[in-house]
Write a protein of this length. Structure first.
Length: 260
DNA sequence: TTGCATGTTCCGGA
DNA sequence: GTCCGGAACATGCA
C-alpha cells in the first residue's frame, strides 16, 4: 500500500484527526515495531505532548509534537487508524497513541517498517538516513541534475531513495509507462526529450495519485495490468509484459516502451 | 504447499 | 566507489 501518495494521504489524515490532540498514554501491544526505544521510552517522551502539523519526506511520515517527533515508516502494509468511537482494535494495531479524544493506531501487518522516536531534526535524519529530495519538490532541472552522474538502469535510479525520495515499485512502473521509457533504459542514454517526458510523467502520476489518496488502479494507466491476466496496453493494445527488473516485479509495454 | 507481494538493508560479485 | 542481483526480514493470500 504505502507509496508516496499513500503516505501523503496518511499525513493529511493525521493532520485532520490528531493535530492539536494531547497524548495521554502510549500502548504498544506489538512492542517490537518500536525500533529505537522501548514502549516506556516512547511513552515518557510523548506523555502530555500535543500533536502538531505532520510532515512527510518520501515514504516517511514525521508525526510532530510540541516535543519529540514520531518517525513512521509503513513498509508494504502499514497504515494509521484514528478511532474516537471505541471501535475494536485490530490484531495488527501495534502502537496506540491515546489522546484526550480518541486514539491514533499504527497498524502494520507485515513488520517491514516501524516507529522511531527522534528528539530533534538531526535524529530524524539519522533515522531516515540520507534521503534524497522529495519527489514532489523536484523541478524538471533538479531531476536532470540528480540523474546527471548516474549510471545503471533508470528504474533502479528512480527507486533509489537516496537519489529521489518517494518513488516505489508501482509508481516507478507507472511513471516509466507514461514517459514511454523502458525500465532498463540506461540513465546515461536519456536525452532532453526523454527527461521532459520523464518529469512530466512523474508529476502526473504523483499528483493524480495524491488526489485519489493512493495510486489508482485505472483503466487508462498501467496499474490495471497488475490485476489482469494477459492485460493489454491502454495506449496501443499490445500485450503487457511482466518480468523482473532491478529484482522487482515489473510491468511494461513492449511497443510503447521499446527495449533500449 | 508453494510462490508471490506496493518496503529497506546487507552482502558478494562484476 | 558504483551497480546489480539475491537473500533476509514477517505475514497473508491465491
Amino acid at each position: 500500500m504505502p507509496e508516496l501518495p499513500d503516505v501523503e494521504a496518511l499525513r493529511r489524515y493525521v493532520a485532520a484527526h490528531a493535530t492539536g490532540r494531547t497524548i495521554e498514554r502510549v500502548e504498544a501491544p506489538g512492542a517490537d515495531v518500536i525500533r529505537n526505544t522501548t514502549p516506556q521510552g516512547l511513552g515518557r517522551a510523548l506523555k502530555g505532548r500535543r500533536f502538531s502539523e505532520p510532515d512527510r519526506h518520501g515514504k516517511w511520515l514525521l508525526a510532530r509534537t510540541d516535543g519529540s517527533t514520531v518517525v513512521m515508516h509503513f513498509g508494504m502494509t502499514g497504515t494509521l487508524v484514528w478511532a474516537d468511537d471505541g471501535a475494536a482494535r485490530d490484531d495488527h494495531d501495534h502502537v496506540i497513541f491515546r489522546c484526550d479524544r480518541g486514539e491514533l493506531r499504527f497498524n502494520l501487518t507485515r513488520k517491514f517498517g516501524g516507529v522511531w522516536l527522534a528528539s530533534d531534526e538531526r535524529e530524524v535524519g539519522d533515522v531516515t538516513g540520507g534521503l534524497g529530495p522529495d519527489a514532489l519538490d523536484l523541478g524538471r532541472d533538479d531531476l536532470a541534475d540528480l540523474l546527471e552522474d548516474r549510471r545503471g538502469m533508470l528504474k533502479s535510479a528512480l527507486m533509489d531513495q537516496q537519489l529521489v525520495a518517494g518513488i516505489g515499485n508501482i509508481v516507478a512502473d507507472e511513471v516509466l509507462w507514461h514517459a514511454c521509457l523502458h525500465p532498463r533504459t540506461a540513465v546515461g542514454d536519456l536525452g532532453e526529450d526523454d527527461l521532459d517526458r520523464l518529469y512530466e510523467a512523474m508529476r502526473i502520476v504523483l499528483t493524480e495519485s495524491i488526489d485519489e489518496g493512493h495510486v489508482p488502479r485505472r483503466d487508462g494507466w498501467l496499474t490495471h495490468a497488475r490485476d489482469i491476466e494477459d492485460a493489454a496496453c491502454a495506449r496501443c493494445d499490445a500485450p503487457i509484459e511482466h518480468g523482473r527488473v532491478a529484482s522487482r516485479s515489473t510491468y511494461w509495454c513492449p511497443r510503447c516502451q521499446p527495449r533500449p
